[in-house]
Design a protein. Sequence first.
Length: 246
Amino acid sequence: MTDGAQRVSDLPARLYAARLRARARWRRLSVTLTVAACLLALIGYLLLWHTSLIAVRGIKVAGVKSITAAQVLTAAQIGSGGPMAALNTAAAAARIERIPQVASANVRKDWPGTVVITVTERQPAALVPDARGYQVVDSGGVVFGQVAKPTTGLPVITVSAPAKAAEVVPGALAALRALPSSVSKQISAITASDPYAITLRFTGGATVNWGGGDDAVDKARDLVALLRIGGGRHYDVSAPDAPAMS
């Protein structure tokens, strides 16, 4: 057999061997690249999460009115100089929201090194008498303050069990919001023994059995209609489909 014929017959074997060598090189390269990527990721993780290379350098607080930025920072427990990446913003926000006056808090990272805290404070909506004076509550009935005397502009809602304020106050406030100002400004007192037994009292002494906080718009419409008729000392709109007065 000639050398040329032998080279031709060996061609498939040489091609196969070349493919095996190429695959081996790609495997080695793939392993090398994978190891390098893992090392880079590990180095990045260590730098970001366990060093002060990119650390908390400053904290900004916005939205505070009745409380101070210092109170927010104390509650947030965000240490200056700690790794930015390791900061749990949700946990910090939850700690801030434990402040009674805070309705919600948002904590975000402003890279490379600033943390921004935005606070939304509760707004006083009513007063609930208790043994120490008056509890200040928001529209959801959440107590977040205490005053010795009534505050101008806030309705006083007397709840037989102050612990039920969170259940009663929203319904009582719904009644005030649904009534036209010409009627609501005549209301001198609001009392409730439970969330479905809200009573409104007018300055002239007439009372309104409002019932619960549901169907406030319909109840307000019925009460206005009854007041136009006049002559009543007691109005009952607890069942909007069957208003009554006596």
